[in-house]
Design a protein around this ligand. Structure first.
Ligand code: NDP
Length: 451
């Protein structure tokens, strides 16, 4: 890890002391504080009124029990979280993650990142995140519905279109959003469409929301490539994951002329030198809800590798890497391999997928590197567009919505690049994103007084 400025070191020490056993949260705070040394040197007033300490402390954290009955009639208990991190810019906004690895530290890291990401979009949304240690894998539709209903029975009292607006994340897609919205509507007796995003078109969703995170990351990487006079045409691309973000990254990269040759899940990875067959991937993942090993089976033997035996998807040589699965999935060693194989750009579709060591490797090798809080902001930005459509009882076309998304991503890219330049680190999108996001939140907080 790089160093934190000595004026900010006590803040980091206090964060680690008060949030012990939460390494992902420490990692996310460390990365932002690393960037802020240059800000406080130029604008020392940001050290006043414990502003940075307040930004590192969530406004509210809710932890609750979720009891539900499985198909065999047995009662199951899960734990759920909602961390309402910062509402200086608008209602808390951020997805719900259902995955057995979820704990309060993971949700805090995601909520912290989300605060700056949402600020970067330029839209009026604060930062929040939630989730549960519930594992949706292998559960029936009925079990998923009962779990979502039980979760919302508690969560609904903390939500509202002007208070806190959840969406999807790992393990939470259109089906889960539908069940959660249905229960919210029943409990409150209000058709408050703007209380949750990622809805289906049939009941107030936005066109292009499903595609937005993957498309947005692709637009961001395209903008980075253009600064070097190149683009996706003919480039070999590796995308990790095979969920929502990965699938729509693959779709957009292919439409830009790139060739995606590998993708993965938590068991292994598929290499398809002819280019991933997107229709087959969607069929396996979205319709049949199966593992990507089934994709390989359908395409023939020799293309599927179990990660435990055969290393990682990052061993596959490529020009562009787009990690789109989960946090810390790309290690320093993986980054070394990618650099050795001459990767030229990395765009983070997932949240914090590259370890600090990996980021260091990319930056030292002058690889174009787009951090998740900037590159994957297209999802939440389009969620804000969904809220706009709900508020005005309107529904935009796909083209109109995608055009807005493309403009937003271009603006985020340009803001990060200009901020990095202004603070003496041209081309450093990590620094640019952290500083630009921080300044927007910090200025609003200063105007609102000590609250
Ligand atoms: P999905 O649940 O749709 O897909 C997640 C994918 O990542 C699956 O292929 C999953 O494989 C894989 N994965 C999860 N955990 C691991 C792991 N430990 N090791 C390897 N692979 C893993 O989630 P999303 O596509 O929505 O989210 C992916 C990432 O993008 C997350 O980091 C999320 O926070 C981020 N993100 C998502 C947004 C959205 O709009 N959905 C917005 C912004 C960021 P398996 O099936 O084996 O678990």
């Amino acid at each position: 890890m790089n160093c934190i400025d000595e004026k900010l070191q006590p803040i980091f020490s206090e964060v680690t002391r008060r949030n012990c056993g939460e390494p992902e949260f420490h990692q996310a705070v460390h990365e932002v504080l690393e960037s802020l040394g240059r800000v406080v040197a130029k604008h020392p007033h940001f050290l006043d009124q414990a502003l940075i300490e307040r930004i590192c402390e969530p406004e509210r954290q809710v932890i609750f029990r979720v009891p539900w009955v499985d198909d065999s009639g047995k009662v199951q208990i899960n734990r759920a979280f909602r961390v309402q991190f910062n509402s200086a810019l608008g209602p808390y906004k951020g997805g719900m993650r259902f995955h057995p690895s979820v704990n309060v530290g993971i949700i805090k890291f995601l909520g912290f990142e989300q605060t700056f990401k949402n600020a970067l979009t330029g839209m009026p949304i604060g930062g929040g995140k939630g989730g549960s240690d519930f594992d949706p894998k292998g559960k029936s539709d009925g079990e998923i519905m009962r779990f979502c209903q039980s979760l919302m029975t508690e969560l609904h009292r903390h939500l509202g279109e002007y208070t806190d607006v959840p969406a999807g994340d790992i393990g939470v897609g259109g089906r889960e959003i539908g069940y959660m919205f249905g229960q919210y509507k029943r409990l409150t007796n209000r058709y408050e469409a703007g209380v949750i995003t990622g809805k289906a078109l049939a009941y107030g969703g936005s066109r292009a929301r499903t595609e937005a995170t993957g498309y947005g990351n692709t637009y961001f990487v395209q903008a980075m490539l253009q600064t070097k006079g190149t683009d996706f045409e003919g480039k070999k691309v590796v995308v990790s994951g095979s969920g929502n973000v990965a699938i729509y990254t693959i779709e957009k990269v292919q439409s830009f002329g790139g060739k995606v040759i590998a993708c993965s899940d938590s068991s292994g990875y598929v290499v398809d030198e002819g280019g991933i067959d997107l229709e087959l991937l969607k069929e396996v993942k979205d319709v049949r809800r199966e593992r990507i090993s089934e994709y390989a089976k359908a395409k023939g033997v020799g293309t599927y590798f179990i990660s435990a035996d055969k290393g990682s998807v990052w061993d596959v040589p490529c020009d562009v890497a787009m990690p789109s699965a989960t946090q810390n999935e790309l290690s320093g060693k993986d980054a070394d391999t990618l650099v050795k194989n001459r990767v030229i750009a990395v765009g983070e579709g997932a949240n914090m997928p590259s370890t600090p060591e990996a980021i260091q490797v990319f930056q030292t090798a002058e690889v174009l590197f787009a951090p998740g809080k900037a590159a994957n902001a297209g999802g939440v930005a389009t969620s804000a567009l969904e809220m706009q459509q709900n508020a005005s009882r309107d529904s935009w076309t796909f083209e109109q919505t995608e055009e807005r998304l493309a403009t937003i991503m271009r603006n985020i890219h340009d803001t990060c690049a200009a901020t990095a330049e202004e603070y003496g680190a041209p081309g450093n999108y990590v620094l640019g994103a952290n500083i630009a996001g921080f300044v927007r939140v910090a200025e609003a907080m200063q105007m609102l007084g000590v609250i």
